[in-house]
Design a protein around this ligand. Structure first.
Ligand SMILES: Cc1cc2nc3c(=O)[nH]c(=O)nc-3n(C[C@H](O)[C@H](O)[C@H](O)COP(=O)(O)O)c2cc1C
Length: 216
């Protein structure tokens, strides 16, 4: 299993209050990954406004216990714990590369095991990357309907970047950065109202960084 657990925040101002517990479900097998490069910018932008505690689930690296699980009831405890992590998030970031015009099968397998009612009314932010722009609507035609099934509260502005927007896995395109800033500004009050993390609530903007610790 490869779950990244971490916390901390960045911020242009000193932010207070409970931390937003963000869980990233990463549908990319790549290390490093353009999809996670996009997510990094989303997390950094979010962290400028709110205290956040971030966990990451790399579905391609959860191992045989995960890929071999067909029914939630038969899942071993390590798989259940990972599923619960996603189910209990304040904000879920569903991030995936486009594969064959849709999300990767491994990404879908993770959500096939998620409790059918666990994501109802949960804020879910959608993010995807592709080789080009032609499949940008995978966000609206594949990812959003998946979370519609769960009756999740998908955030209206979803984020897409293609290969030309990156230098390696660093997102450079200012248009995508701007869209992330605008899209998150629209929902920051909602997200603040959902924050339940301990996080001690106060973070020094000057000193703060995302502090993700890799396990497994
Ligand atoms: C199996 C496979 C299928 C892909 N299918 C598509 C596709 O249908 N449309 C597209 O735009 N890019 C496609 N791509 C390209 C990836 O979506 C793109 O390179 C993505 O940014 C990779 O993200 P990552 O670095 O996080 O793995 C495909 C890549 C692979 C490996």
């Amino acid at each position: 299993m490869t779950t990244l657990l971490g916390s901390e925040t960045t911020g242009a101002t000193r932010t207070t209050g409970p931390a937003l517990r963000v869980v990233v479900v990463n549908g990319s097998p790549s290390r490093p990954s353009r999809t996670m490069g996009l997510v990094r910018v989303i997390l950094d932008t979010l962290g400028e406004t709110l205290p956040v505690e971030t966990s990451q689930i790399d579905v391609y690296h959860l191992g045989a216990a995960f890929t071999g699980t067909v029914e939630r009831d038969e899942a071993p405890e390590e798989v259940r714990a990972t599923l619960r992590l996603a189910e209990e998030a304040d904000l879920l970031i569903a991030a995936a590369p486009v594969y064959r015009g849709s999300y990767p099968g491994m990404f879908k397998h993770f959500f096939d095991l998620i409790d059918q009612y666990a994501l109802a009314n949960k804020p879910v932010l959608l993010a995807a990357t592709g080789g080009g722009d032609h499949h940008a609507l995978v966000l609206e035609h594949a990812l959003r309907p998946l979370f519609g099934f769960f009756q999740a509260l998908t955030i209206p502005v979803a984020f897409f970047a293609s290969s030309g927007d990156f230098d390696g896995t660093t997102l450079l395109n200012p248009r995508v950065h701007g869209r992330i800033e605008l899209g998150l500004a629209d929902v920051v009050d909602l997200l603040r109202s959902r924050a339940t993390g301990s996080g001690a609530g106060t973070h020094d903007a000057e000193a703060g960084t995302h502090d993700m610790v890799k396990e497994g």
